[in-house]
Design a protein around this ligand. Structure first.
Ligand SMILES: [Zn+2]
Length: 445
């Protein structure tokens, strides 16, 4: 029941806990030496229960271009409960990696998983297409931080089994913000979910409203020239999405549903195959699903995609909060009323950039941003040498749903209770900026 209680108390969906990890080799890889300007999308089924998971491979699809990073091909962040790694077969050199989460790691903490019930999660993983024969691996992070290889395959790039069909172009595409080539930009795609054919204009207006809200807030405002934003509309047969707790069921394009994992406001689209086929119509780095609903809700699978409704008064704030989870692996900074020791195990430093258990000022992860002479932990009412408007950066107790033993950088943040007015703390802003830099390196501008 712990997960259920936590989710009910939390305002939004979560990135589950991570443990620290040894960072991967940082030697950089030259894109043109090893890759073609194409993407390969691998469809998998993950099967899991508590403490056990499996990967089964589905189709491999070639996409027209690789819009993702070309400079930092080995993932520079410690994020993700799973990872994909690609090795050049001849040299055994690691040439690409990326971390990601799936719904399965959350499911693994639920009572049915503990009772031994398996469930499957369809996921899609994209990599740039290597020039030569390669090995691809899917890994899983274990509790003690070691990585376990769940699946590994050698692949010949000329393999006729790689599907070279055209992407489905049936959707209507709206360019909302265009600043450059997708390979040099962070490309956000909004996908329409639960809009009927007659609601196309509404989707366009909703996507415009979300885009505007994003660019009104830092750090997106100052980096707007490094982003492209596009909307793709496909009509749903019925308006709205499933709300099983109300016995409401709708036939929608992506089968999104409230009550994911049995939690009221947890809204996800669990079909990772359909999601990525839909998005493949345009070049994208990150997906936001806009759900045509008045109900309050949203969700994020970190480093994969996020979902939000559009017609609740708080929908814009929910969108940007969820997007910060899925884009930059930020943790929730708010506090649940109970302790969830299974989520952030005691004595383990979470890898999320905006919460910490560390109170040593030399080692705290946001050390360069600490206010001068700020005590750690930082008392709630500490005003220190705050020069006018600059809010104190320290270590305020409470974060990651925990009341004690976990610390957040500033008193208020949009990943916590700082939704009105909406503002990310400086640590969250910097984490988002690092992710923008990953997708859209500044020298490309
Ligand atoms: Zn923050």
């Amino acid at each position: 029941m712990q997960l259920r209680i936590r989710m009910l108390l939390s305002v939004f969906a979560i990135c589950s806990a991570l443990t620290c990890c040894a960072s991967q080799a940082q030697e950089q890889v030259d894109f043109d030496t090893y890759f073609q300007d194409q993407a390969l999308r691998f469809e998998f089924f993950l099967f899991g229960k508590k403490s056990e998971s499996k990967v089964v491979q589905g189709p491999v699809v070639q996409e027209s271009s690789w819009p993702g990073p070309r400079k930092q091909l080995v993932f520079p962040f410690p994020y993700g409960k799973n990872a994909v790694r690609v090795y050049d077969q001849a040299s055994d050199k690691l040439i690409y990696s990326y971390g990601f989460d799936t719904l399965l790691s959350e499911y693994a903490t639920t009572p049915p998983a503990a009772q031994g019930k398996w469930r499957s999660v369809p996921i899609s993983v994209r990599i740039p297409k290597p020039k030569a024969r390669f090995r691809i691996e899917i890994l899983e992070r274990l509790k003690d931080n070691r990585w376990a290889t769940l699946w590994s395959e050698e692949i010949k790039t000329s393999d006729r089994g790689i599907l070279r069909e055209s992407a489905d172009q049936r959707g209507a595409v709206f360019e909302l913000h265009k600043t450059g080539e997708p390979k040099d930009r962070l490309d956000l795609v909004f996908l329409a979910e639960g809009y009927t054919a007659s609601e196309q204009e509404k989707f366009q207006a909703d996507a415009q409203r979300m885009t505007q809200f994003m660019f009104e807030h830092e750090p997106f405002r100052k980096h707007r020239a490094r982003m492209n934003v596009v909307g793709v509309f496909r009509d749903s047969y019925e308006s709205g999405v499933d709300e099983p707790d109300k016995r409401v069921y709708r036939n929608s394009a992506l089968n999104a549903s409230f009550n994911s994992l049995g939690i009221d406001r947890y809204l996800l689209t669990e079909d990772g195959h359909a999601l990525k086929r839909y998005a493949a119509q345009v070049p994208y780095d990150t997906i936001v699903v806009l759900v045509n609903s008045k109900r309050y809700g949203g969700g994020a699978i970190c480093l994969d995609y996020c979902v939000t409704t559009v017609d609740d008064p708080r929908s814009e704030a929910v969108f940007l909060h969820e997007f910060a989870h899925s884009l930059a692996y930020l943790a929730d900074e708010y506090i649940g009323a109970v302790t969830y020791s299974d989520l952030y195990p005691e004595g383990v430093e979470p890898v999320e950039p905006n919460i910490t258990r560390e109170l040593d000022r030399e080692n705290i992860k946001w050390r360069p941003l600490l206010s001068q002479e700020v005590p750690l932990p930082t008392p709630k009412d500490f005003s220190g040498q705050s020069q006018g408007q600059a809010p104190v950066v320290g270590a305020f107790e409470g974060g990651g749903y925990l009341r004690t033993g976990m610390y957040r950088p500033q008193r208020s943040c949009a990943m916590g209770d700082g939704l009105e007015p909406f503002q990310f703390c400086v640590v969250c802003q910097e984490a988002i900026e690092r992710m923008i830099e990953y997708y859209a390196p500044s020298q490309s501008e």
